[in-house]
Each structure stands twice: as structure tokens, then as C-alpha cells.
Design a protein around this ligand. Sequence first.
Ligand code: OGA
Ligand code: ZN
Length: 366
Amino acid sequence: MKIELKDKKVFFENQGLRKEIHPFWLRERVNGDNFVDKKTQQRLFDPTDLEENIKIDNINLSKEILEVTFNDGTYTKLTIQNILKEFSNINEVKYIDKVEWDSSLKDFNNFDFKDNFFEDQEMYKALVNFYKYGFVIFKKVPIKNNFIVNFANSIGSIRRTNFGEFFDVKSKPNPNDLAYTSLPLAPHTDNPYRNPVPCIQMLHCIENKVSGGFSTLVDGYTVTQKLKKDFPKYYKILTEIKVRFQFVDQSIVLEDWAEMIQLDENGAFKQVRFSPRLDFVPLIDKEKLELYYSARKKISQLYNSDKFRIEFKLSSGDLLMMDNYRLLHGRTTYDANEGNRFLQGCYIDYDSTEGKLKHLKRKFNL
Ligand code: OGA
Ligand code: ZN
């Protein structure tokens, strides 16, 4: 990739393709003190007020800098690096490749909580791990005074839901969700009935004095890739049919229609939804339903198979942070008479982790 000049025009060359850069695009990036506020890096002028017919009067290109004078009298220096960065559309997070994992995953890459953790380089490493594996476990996180709220808000901001700002996961009388019982929870994603679905879930273990109550995780990315390879027809129908996910209690009715495997505009993995206690397939052709039911059975078998599931016990102070669009989570049953099992949970959005990761990358020049 490089920048070239010809006849007062600026060109961008990439893999033999040469394209002119619109002069207006360059004019919008004029960056002297009168044009961009130094502190906030926000524009001080409104580009929609500029004349449409912006032209270049003068240009000069050196190795690192492009100097431009426009026909409205403005002059600017732009770094070549910044221009190229905008063209390559670099997104630090998208460049972290997902690592597909199954039950053979042994090293969970735990990170110990410490003072000033959220501004530490360790936090950057933890977030990179989160994007690689879809989860990360923090150890020794303070358990007093609903510290999860503090933790979540130090990475981003909590996404409140009808379960509250945060929720206590323990066996309760009159539960409005099976999570609040001592029943086992098969691998599932949370809140598929919500639009948008909460992106990242945190579960913080306060107490776990029972012999059962193990946590389980499954990589939905690994499983759907496997389904795509071995059972393409099942994969296809699960990416096509929108099912209704529903949550009902005394105070709210939530429902949303979505595919169990959702792809992005390029056909790549975007999100899985799976919660067989809450899904309702529409009344479609019998033959299609036949295929759909077989596909759902197969993906359920894969999600529940020992081959893909990891199982581990959270102890007091452990905080599990997981990608609710990629991973499924669950727990094994426990006996509430043996002692207390008490987790606290909450959700945050993707822009929280992404923004934090970019900030730390910038801060430590990584
Ligand atoms: C939940 C949940 C798992 C657990 O609250 O969403 O799945 O370990 N809990 O209790
Ligand atoms: Zn859950």
C-alpha cells in the first residue's frame, strides 16, 4: 500500500490497483489547532458546511508526510501512516484470531486480580485471551459489597436487564428462572429472547460449599464449525430458520426471533443462541420441520457431548467472564442442603472490552 501524486491529485495504490482519493476526504482530515480540538481530538468544524467543490491547489509528498493546500485556503499536514491505517480498516479486536477449543483445553490462562488491575498490562493480556478463547477467569477478585458491579464498570458499563443491574445466582424460593434452583443447567446461552442479546456475561463466585455445582463451558464456534463440516444440511437450516425465544414472568414478556446459528454479511460466524427451555420453532412445512428437528437434535448432542465441554469448579473469588455470543455455559446439579452456592452475575457490552483493549494497547504501545 502506498500514496502517490499526479497532477495535483492524490492516489492510493494497493496490490496494483490505483484509485484517486477524493479531495473532500482529505479536506475533512485537516487537523491544525483551529480545526481539531487537541484535548478531545474532535472536529471544530462541520464538514457538511464545506463547499462541495473542494479541490487541491498544492501538494507535496515526503516519506512520512503529505502536505496539502486546498482551494478554500486551508493547509494541512497528514501522516501517511494515518491515511494507510484508515484504508486498511485495522481493528485490533478483529485481528485476534479465535482459537477453536474442545474438552482437551487444559490451560485456562487465569489472571490474578490486584491493585490498579484495570489499567495494568495484565488486563490487556486477559482481554486478548478473552477474544481468543471466548472466556477468561480472574482469580482473587474481592467478594464483598457486590464487587462485580465495580469490576464490570471498570472495564465498561454494566448492561442492566430485567434481572437487575446484577443478579444473585442461588437457590431461591419461587424462582423465575431455572438458574435460581439447584437443578443442573445444560449448556445454554443467556437471554436469547432479548434484543439485543447481552454480549458478555460475568459470573463471580462468592461461595461454593457444595460437592456438585461445577461450571461447564462449550465453544459454540468449534461446534458450529464441526457441524458445518460434517452435517452441512443441518448447519444450513440452523442458519436459516428464525425461531422464537421467549421469557415470561409476572412483570414482563420478552421475545425475539433469531437463528440458532447466526452468520454475518460474509457468511462467517456471528452468534449462537441455544436454550432448549425457551425456543419455539415456527409452524413451517412438515419436511422442513423434519430437517430442523434432526438438526437441532444433532447440535444439542454436540453441545452436550463430553468431547466439547470443559468442566471446572469456581471457588470463592473466581470471576468468569465469557462471550455469550460464542460460548455456551451451564452447571452440574448440586445439593443445596450441603452448604451455600452463591454466584453473582451481570452483563456488559462488546464495546466495553473492545474500547478497553484498544486503550491499553495505545497506553503500553503494544
Ligand atoms: C446463569 C447460569 C450458571 C451457574 O445464571 O445464567 O447459567 O453456575 N448460571 O449457576
Ligand atoms: Zn446462564
